[in-house]
Ligand binder design. Structure first.
Ligand code: V47
Length: 626
């Protein structure tokens, strides 16, 4: 790590110890002259979270109207009704903007005085009907608050109705800067920090993940920027519902806030991206919004902590009305080139950051949990490209031919046995696992007829839970998928958590769910066998020499640990709140080599699976339909 400024070293040491940065740490980093050192720190944190992946989405921006009852000083987009520049789009005009390849439709706009509630519902419904495969990301907290007041409905009711006609996620706009001083000067009619955060909290509780933003580069201070980030971090601790953070570089236009054409400097943009990555340790993604940064600065930002380029953004108007220099839409090929220029792997995604296509060969999937860390030490040094991806998604990507090798959830390997071969390595437990846990309100038999929340990440653990419920305890429950990261557990009898989240909850408990069951222990007590959660597998079509190299690197990685996992995985463990001793104990509880007992355990589990009779395994869709 090349850090020239000695002031940055204590900050970097804190990050490595898994400690949070304070406002003072943030100020020290922000004001450092060592931009390259700062970028290296943020880039390392980014790599830990997203490997070499940089995400983008094929998206369309729709701003149904620019008529707005507010008049914020920094906005050149909004006009009053009757203004010659005013426009109001019909549903047909909106549908006319959609093309079939779009995967995310981003809808926000002005707040007109006279639109009825049904018009908004009609727009969402029409878009959803036209493009059922696309995710609708619509309405900022400011618009939600406007609907709540104008149509006299509680915020939760507004959101529920929008959800029922197709709303999937919410954009992060309208946050501006959480500072009363700035609000009074620039957007006094807009909701303040508390209302913005409350609306996002409510959305998260309803299972709607959201984005977050900061509008920087006008009259705010560095302290105000950092305080803003800290408040977002606090809400994220509570709900887990933010997907990404987007620093929005102020576009001066004719707003009169800054002399015309005074854009933020590239150095300020890169520092702000880096600071976002370092301060917001619990928000999964940082977006380099090229519309406001320009493609070139956004591309550089991909080595300063950002792992997302937003998307093709057809039809953006807010920034362009304020004089943004970027082109109106960016072709997919250009985005892919900018990401490759930054030395990263372009990954096309949906609004939830599920990867859809990977634009690179020889990609190795990495389950982003602590127990996979020991395998990757050598791989990362030898040029294989790593894509961190939750187990279920890795199975989907590999079935599409997008991943060549990886540590697969057992179920995903079984579904693809014809195309994939085992590599002799796995994640198996001797008895307990500690990271596949059922948090329950009652004992096993009390779960009969109840609803069990299952995280969106899992394939094998859900099948294991199903087998335990049905075959060990004779209990029937209904599974409901929870969205990754959103902690909405209302009305559930139990919740199945896996990976780092389960480890964390195992240590601190999950409020309201007092009984905790370790599924591997349940299995062991029943079958007296280990349980194999994941296996290393490689596509059969990969050349034998590459397979051998990969296998050798996995072996070297494990051997380099020599039974002491702290040097490899201590930082990851600390980041999720484990002491080094706990990390060591957790990781030494696994068997990483696929031996006879493990193969026998797979065979037994396989026989217990519901749809094996015909030779076909239950697909995750069958599970969802239960
Ligand atoms: O809230 C308004 C900002 C935001 C200007 O969630 C300006 O994925 C710069 O939030 N210069 C709306 N910014 C845009 C937004 C957004 C954009 C892209 C992706 C996502 C997402 C969200 O635009 C407003 C305001 O902060 N804004 N005027 C201006 N002159």
């Amino acid at each position: 790590m090349h850090i020239r400024d000695r002031n940055l070293i204590p900050v970097w040491e804190k990050i490595q110890r898994g400690e949070r940065l304070t406002l003072d740490d943030g100020l020290r980093a922000y004001t450092s002259g060592d931009l390259i050192g700062l970028g290296a720190m943020a880039g390392a944190v980014q790599k830990d979270k997203s490997g070499d992946a940089v995400y983008f989405v094929l998206n369309q921006k729709i701003e149904p109207t620019n008529v707005c009852v507010l008049s914020c000083k920094f906005c050149d987009f909004a006009v009053r009704k009757g203004d010659p520049r005013a426009y109001e789009m019909s549903v047909e005009e909106i549908l006319g903007k959609l093309s079939p390849e779009i995967r995310e439709v981003h809808i926000t706009g002005g707040m007109p005085p006279d639109w009825p509630w049904d018009r908004y519902l009609e727009i969402l419904k029409a878009v959803h009907d036209r493009l059922p495969e696309a995710d609708i990301k619509a309405f900022t907290a400011v618009e939600i608050d406007f609907f709540h007041k104008k149509f006299r409905m509680p915020v939760a009711e507004v959101l529920r109705q929008l959800q029922s006609v197709g709303l999937r996620t919410m954009p992060g706009g309208g946050a501006e800067v959480f500072s009363e001083r700035v609000r009074r000067l620039l957007f006094h009619q807009k909701i303040g920090a508390k209302a913005w955060l409350d609306i996002h909290r409510t959305a998260h509780r309803l299972g709607i993940p959201t984005n977050s933003t900061l509008l920087y580069g006008h009259i705010e201070t560095l302290e105000e920027r950092l305080t803003h980030m800290i408040r977002l971090r606090e809400l994220q601790d509570e709900t887990g519902g933010f997907l990404t953070f987007i620093p929005l570089a102020f576009q001066p236009g004719e707003t009169g806030i800054k002399p015309a054409n005074r854009f933020t400097s590239a150095a300020d943009d890169l520092r702000t991206i880096a600071l976002s990555r370092l301060m917001l340790d619990n928000i999964p993604h940082i977006k380099a919004y090229w519309v406001m940064l320009t493609g070139e600065v956004a591309s550089v930002a991909l080595n300063f902590g950002a792992d997302d380029m937003d998307g093709t953004v057809g039809g953006e108007k807010i920034a362009h009305d304020a004089g943004a220099l970027s082109p109106m839409t960016m072709a997919k090929e250009t985005i892919i080139r900018l990401i490759r220029d930054a030395g990263k792997i372009p990954v096309e995604r949906d609004a939830y950051y599920n990867p859809l296509h990977v634009y690179h060969d020889r990609v190795v999937g990495k389950i982003p949990y602590l127990n996979s860390v020991p395998f990757y030490a050598r791989l990362e040094r030898r040029g294989f490209r790593i894509l961190p991806v939750v187990p279920r998604r890795m199975g989907i990507l590999s079935a599409l031919g997008e991943i060549d090798a990886g540590l697969f959830s057992l179920m995903d390997y079984l579904r693809q046995e014809n195309d994939m071969e085992l590599m002799g390595w796995c994640i198996a437990t001797r008895d307990q696992v500690k990271s596949v846990m059922l948090f329950s309100k009652g004992g096993w038999r009390e779960l009969d007829g109840s609803r069990i929340g299952i995280t969106d990440d899992t394939a094998t653990s859900v099948q294991l839970l199903n087998v335990l419920l049905e075959k060990k305890y004779g209990v029937h429950a209904r599974f409901e998928r929870l969205h990754q990261g959103v902690n909405a557990y209302d009305g559930l009898g139990a919740v199945l958590l896996i990976g780092d989240e389960a480890l964390r909850r195992n240590k601190h408990g999950l409020k309201g769910f007092d009984l905790v069951y370790d599924l591997a222990r349940e299995w062991y007590e029943w079958q007296k066998l280990p349980f194999v959660f994941a296996v290393w597998a490689v596509r059969r079509s990969v050349p034998p020499a590459v397979k051998e190299e990969l296998s050798g690197l996995l072996k070297q990685s494990l051997e380099s640990a020599g039974g002491d996992f702290v040097p490899l995985a201590g930082t990851h463990g600390r980041r999720i709140g484990l002491t080094d001793a706990e990390t060591q104990e957790y990781l030494s509880g696994f068997n990483y080599s696929l031996g006879e007992r493990e193969r026998e355990a797979i065979a037994v589990f396989r026989r217990l699976l519901p749809a094996v009779a015909s030779g076909a395994l239950a697909s995750s869709r069958d599970m969802e339909a239960r």
